[in-house]
Design a protein around this ligand. Structure first.
Ligand SMILES: Nc1nc(=O)c2c([nH]1)NC[C@@H]1CN(c3ccc(C(=O)N[C@@H](CCC(=O)O)C(=O)O)cc3)C=[N+]21
Length: 279
């Protein structure tokens, strides 16, 4: 029977720290505010936005949401971000991704001020992660995945960690953060041969594939620690992770659920980085 690693415990601890920090800032007349830019009504974005607003309210952070149609031009989006950059009331900026296909992401990444870039979109912040400098803003999702392990006293030193995701938003920065913890890291993707052989040899498997219940227990061994970063809808429209939780949970050593796993920590990390930007 696996130990189930709940994200809520970690998220609550981070939120306690944030609440204290926000109180201190407010005593000095400073009001931390998160600026969110959402293009269209992508369900993933709306889901995240709802969680952000709920959590911001609970710790005393204000939110300012800019909603635009997904047909917006790159030029117009640049104007919006520049306005938020200049606005002294905005502490941090989150632009939901992926952006609509016609938007030039390269331009947008560079426009967002590195000082307000709380989800690590700007190449200046991303470069820090790749250089092993963890003092800046980390991308919130991979940071949450590392935090759930550290909080549960899972040492990464010398461990064989397999990541299934090679994006700049999750897989690649996650690999760099794990290297900083002295793990041995393998990144897998759609062309990886015999994926189950690679994963079943790993101490820790971290997946962000976005296919509901894709991985059953044949991908793991009994000592496996399984971190599910995937979020998608199953055939009944319910939120599901990449792991077939019911099949795997009695077999491996530790596993994170979806919901109430990594995702719930992601939001807390975002708020924490908003407060840090404000400071
Ligand atoms: N620039 C950018 N960065 C992102 O990190 C990003 C994004 N764009 N676009 C959308 C996706 C989606 N995403 C989620 C994060 C947390 C929950 C979350 O809080 N999940 C809770 C569920 C909370 C509840 O049930 O209400 C959980 O898994 O337990 C969900 C979804 C981040 N994304």
């Amino acid at each position: 029977m696996a130990e189930i690693l709940k994200g809520k415990v970690v998220a609550d601890k981070i939120k306690e720290e944030i609440t204290r920090d926000v109180e201190d800032l407010k005593k000095n007349g400073i009001n931390p505010t998160l600026g969110i830019v959402r293009l269209g009504k992508n369900p993933d974005d709306i889901f995240y936005e709802r969680s952000i607003i709920k959590n911001c309210n609970s710790v005393g952070i204000s939110t300012s949401i800019v909603e635009e149609d997904e047909s917006i031009t790159t030029e117009k989006l640049v104007e919006i971000i520049e306005r938020l950059n200049k606005d002294d009331f905005i502490s941090g900026i989150l632009v939901f991704r992926p952006l609509p296909k016609h938007i030039d992401e390269e331009v947008i990444r560079n426009v967002i001020s590195p000082k307000k870039d709380i989800d690590c979109m700007n190449p200046i912040n991303l470069e820090k992660i790749f250089e092993g400098d963890m003092t800046g803003f980390a991308p919130c999702t991979p940071k949450a995945a590392v935090e759930i392990l550290l909080h549960n006293n899972v040492s990464l030193e010398g461990k064989n960690v397999v990541i299934i995701n090679r994006s700049m938003v999750v897989g690649k920065p996650l690999a760099m953060m794990l290297l900083e913890e002295n793990a041995t890291v393998t990144i897998c993707h759609s062309r990886t041969k015999d994926l189950h052989k690679v994963t079943s040899n790993a101490d820790i498997v971290m997946t962000a594939l976005g296919r509901p219940k894709y991985f059953d227990k044949k991908y793991f061994k009994e000592e496996s620690i399984v971190i599910d970063i995937g979020i998608s809808e199953d055939e009944n429209g319910k939120i599901s992770g990449d792991i077939d939780f019911e099949d795997v949970k009695d077999y491996v050593k530790m596993i994170t659920p979806v919901p109430n796993g990594v995702g719930s920590i992601t939001t807390s990390i975002l708020l924490k980085q908003t407060v840090n930007a404000c400071k």
